[in-house]
Design a binder for this molecule. Structure first.
Ligand code: PEP
Ligand code: MN
Length: 333
């Protein structure tokens, strides 16, 4: 249920409404917008039967949200959410290019990638220190050592770090090295991880699970937002279908659906979405045209030597071309 408060409501009236909600055993979430202040009420609304709150002074209207996802829905918040990391915005017309290697492999690899991004005027560097690999025999990432390399370059080049946490224990280890926590496709429904990230004061990039519906994806975001962290970026990274020419089937239609259903920004990952470097540029262009809020792309100084996802990684020259082409493309209204 969404309670829309009257404009210029007094603090006293607002506090009274909040108290009534708490007294009923429900949890209110306040969102102060430019136009309106609204309270999202989470919990079993049937509790309110027989204890009507709509007559309380200061309430303009009450909207019942029947959808299973509430706080992340457009009904809860009409305006697009903007993520801001040190003045670098994602969402509501701010198109982001996040790039970097699949895995952090060495100090030199991360430094040269960060330097390249810095020279391109880009802010966000991606790179996994904890890697969710299909095979336990594959390279599992450098762990803490990788985080230290990321930290070094974030200071040296003043760039923002996006890196994956696979487990609640990784959050504390990574906290000082990371600006945006990435939740990978394999962990989209790791509810204890989502709940813990909901308590953090840094944004979360939530990838779509490879077999998850759009609704399940939004419900995963709801777990994070329910704990108080509304800085969530969704990321379409392809889903598993019967098609095997591509690594996954990049479901661009989900971006259009999300834009209608939610106020959260949504990125496209054409690297994992296709698994093929020849498709990364055309899919990035398509992402821009359909209104995605950015792309996250795997790049490597020497893609053929990459320890993971070599076939889908672009070299710096290819990525520079992509930035130019995508930047020059306008998203039609
Ligand atoms: C990654 O970003 O390197 C990754 C493992 O992605 P996904 O979780 O989408 O497979
Ligand atoms: Mn990868």
């Amino acid at each position: 249920m969404i309670i829309v408060l009257e404009k210029n409501i007094s603090e006293e009236k607002k506090n009274y409404i909040l108290k009534r909600i708490y007294d009923c055993g429900l949890t209110p979430h306040i969102s102060v917008g430019i136009e309106k202040t609204i309270i999202g009420v989470v919990g079993d609304e049937r509790i309110l039967q027989g204890k009507p709150i709509d007559g309380i002074p200061g309430i303009e209207k009450i909207i019942s949200i029947l959808k299973p996802y509430k706080l992340v829905s457009r009904d809860f918040k009409k305006e697009n959410t903007i993520i801001n990391v040190k003045g670098n915005k994602i969402g509501d017309g701010n198109f982001a290019f996040i790039a970097g290697p699949c895995s952090v492999e060495s100090r030199e690899q991360i430094d040269s990638t960060a330097e390249f991004l810095f020279k391109q005027g880009l802010f966000f560097l991606r790179g996994g220190a904890f890697k969710p690999r299909t095979s336990p025999y594959s390279f599992q990432g450098l762990g803490k050592q990788g985080l230290d390399y990321l930290k070094e370059v974030s200071i040296k080049y003043n760039i923002g770090i996006v890196s994956e946490v696979m487990d609640t224990r990784d959050i504390e280890i990574s906290y000082n090295s990371i600006d945006i926590f990435q939740v990978g496709a394999r962990n989209m429904q790791n509810y204890s991880l989502l709940t813990e990230l909901g308590k953090q004061d840094k944004p979360v990039l939530l990838k779509r699970g490879m077999s998850s519906t759009i609704k399940e994806w939004l419900m995963a975001a709801e777990y994070i937002m329910l704990k108080g962290n509304s800085n969530i970026i969704l990321c379409e990274r392809g889903i598993r279908t019967f098609e095997d020419y591509t690594r996954n089937t990049l479901d661009l239609s989900s971006v259009i659906a999300i834009k209608k259903m939610s106020h959260l920004p949504v990125l496209v990952d054409p690297s994992h979405g296709t698994g093929r470097k020849d498709m990364v540029l055309p899919m990035s262009l398509a992402a821009k045209v359909i209104g995605a809020d950015g792309v996250i792309i795997e790049i490597h100084p020497e893609p053929e030597k990459a320890l993971s996802d070599s076939q889908q990684s672009l070299n710096f020259e290819e990525f520079e071309k992509l930035i130019k082409k995508v930047s020059s493309l306008k998203c039609p209204d």
